[in-house]
Design a protein. Structure first.
Lengths: 113, 112
């Protein structure tokens, strides 16, 4: 069974540039999450989807961050414009509606110069 | 507000030694508790979870954890550490359905 796939694995951009991350969850998993992981910290939830509906986006900085999950499968997280403080790892995870049993991708590491 | 504390940022053990990683939580009701492991360059993987019932839970890779309500703790243990256990370990508490709050992690280093 294929796991959660994220791309790109690494991205280096200059500040004020846009960036997008893509996530393909495990087949059949209806819940999808985007987490932010700063260096030396635990993951922090940015947004959670149930199918195509964003059910928890309270921690998503909506002035520059946006996300979508068209057709309730793949998802894209976008930052525009990026700031230096956005340098972090962006993790995608999916689950089959079981509390806490999240399956994580390898993450997308963003460096903003 | 719910929170998780992992007091140890970095732990070093010798291969074959026993291991205990500490986790304390703050949560009003009976919590859902989890341990995840993150190897370098890898995604987080669920080691074990506690929802209810037996307070000693067994997980993958020979790990176990014990829920102690009186101490608000959910410490992770392994009787004999292998070099491949070197990784970052995260404790998490489930806030309602499907929302996890993670601790800051404990980095485990294993010496031969």
């Amino acid at each position: 069974e294929a796991g959660v796939v994220q791309s790109p694995r690494y991205k280096i951009i200059e500040k004020k540039q846009p960036v997008a991350f893509w996530c393909n969850p495990i087949s059949g998993h209806n819940t999808l999450y985007w987490y932010l992981q700063n260096l030396g910290q635990g993951p922090e939830l940015l947004i959670r989807y149930e199918n195509e509906e964003a059910v928890d986006d309270s921690q998503l900085p909506k002035d520059r961050f946006s996300a979508e999950r068209l057709k309730g499968v793949d998802s894209t997280l976008k930052i525009q414009p990026a700031e230096l403080g956005d340098s972090a790892v962006y993790l995608c995870a999916s689950s089959l509606n079981k509390v806490g049993e999240l399956f994580f991708g390898e993450g997308s590491r963003l460096t903003v110069l | 507000a719910q929170s998780v504390t992992q007091p140890d940022i970095h732990i070093t053990v010798s291969e074959g030694a026993s291991l205990e990683l500490r986790c304390n939580y703050s949560y009003g009701a009976t919590p859902y508790l989890f341990w995840y492991v993150q190897s370098p360059g890898q995604g987080l993987q669920l080691l074990l979870k506690y929802f209810s019932g037996d307070t000693l839970v067994q997980g993958i890779k020979g790990f176990e954890a014990e829920f102690k309500r009186s101490q608000s703790s959910f410490n992770l243990r392994k009787p004999s550490v292998h070099w491949s256990d070197a990784a970052e370990y995260f404790c998490a508490v489930g806030e309602g359905t499907d929302k996890l709050i993670f601790g800051t992690g404990t980095r485990l280093q294993v010496f031969p």
